[in-house]
Design a binder for this molecule. Structure first.
Ligand SMILES: *[C@@H]1O[C@H](CO)[C@@H](O)[C@H](O)[C@H]1NC(C)=O
Ligand SMILES: *[C@@H]1O[C@H](CO)[C@@H](O)[C@H](O)[C@H]1NC(C)=O
Ligand SMILES: *[C@@H]1O[C@H](CO)[C@@H](O)[C@H](O)[C@H]1NC(C)=O
Length: 211
């Protein structure tokens, strides 16, 4: 990789032009797609399709890396040098595309009462993937720690050693989405920070969609 010598004027200009779009705001069409995902992931839907329609305490096998929660985000932000929001957003996308595929597999297509919901949600994610902007510089690799996560997610040979309930996986998906694409989900006045776990703690108890 030729990083230093590649800093010619063109690249620099391109970067300067691309930066504001990339860094400070999520493109409107992406926000729209994410808001569709958000509606589909309402608490009522998560409870019905990812919990009540499954046997009690039903879990699926996942990679450790597919357990991607708010605390992972704060840890990665703290520890990984050179990390940009795009790395975490892309991780979120890869994790949850994989999770949804796995949930789809355990549901007999068309037979299980959650299968249409899951297929539809998967489609919404594929739509997000399609419009997700590519990295500012496609030649630039993500930080090594992130690349390792992506490698595990893409691997078909590494064994899945973790178990998680479908609802817990989608709860994390929903929560981290608010934190990673915060400009698509403007906070109303007085609302707490979506990146704080404390904000979501009451969700189970109230069973009300506040966000
Ligand atoms: C489900 O898991 C909870 C918490 O781990 C446990 O308290 C409960 O007994 C389990 N229920 C069944 C039916 O296995
Ligand atoms: C999130 O944290 C858990 C527990 O520490 C870990 O097993 C998992 O690999 C982490 N996920 C990612 C994507 O870093
Ligand atoms: C899923 O959708 C198909 C076609 O739209 C429908 O025929 C089927 O009954 C639905 N299955 C469930 C479980 O709702």
């Amino acid at each position: 990789m030729v990083r230093s010598s590649a800093w010619n004027l063109g690249a620099l200009l391109g970067l300067l032009l691309a930066l504001p779009v990339w860094m400070s705001s999520t493109p409107p069409d992406l926000c729209k797609a994410l808001n569709t995902v958000k509606s589909s992931l309402s608490l009522a839907n998560r409870l019905r399709y990812m919990k009540q329609n499954f046997p009690i305490n039903y879990t699926i096998r996942v990679h450790y890396e597919e357990v991607f929660k708010l605390k992972n985000i704060s840890r990665l932000r703290r520890k990984v040098e050179g990390l940009v929001d795009g790395d975490l957003q892309e991780t979120w996308l890869r994790v949850n595309l994989g999770v949804l595929k796995k949930i789809k597999v355990v549901l007999l297509p068309g037979k299980h009462p959650s299968s249409n919901y899951t297929s539809n949600l998967h489609k919404l994610f594929l739509n997000v993937e399609q419009i997700y902007p590519s990295r500012v510089s496609t030649e630039e690799d993500p930080p090594e720690r992130i690349q390792r996560i992506w490698d595990v997610l893409a691997s078909s040979t590494i064994k899945e050693k973790e178990r998680a309930t479908p609802k817990s996986l989608l709860d994390s998906c929903y929560q981290t989405m608010h934190c990673l694409f915060s400009d698509c989900f403007p906070r109303k006045e007085g609302e707490p920070d979506y990146c704080l776990r404390a904000h979501w703690r009451g969700e189970k108890r109230t069973k009300l969609q506040k966000a």
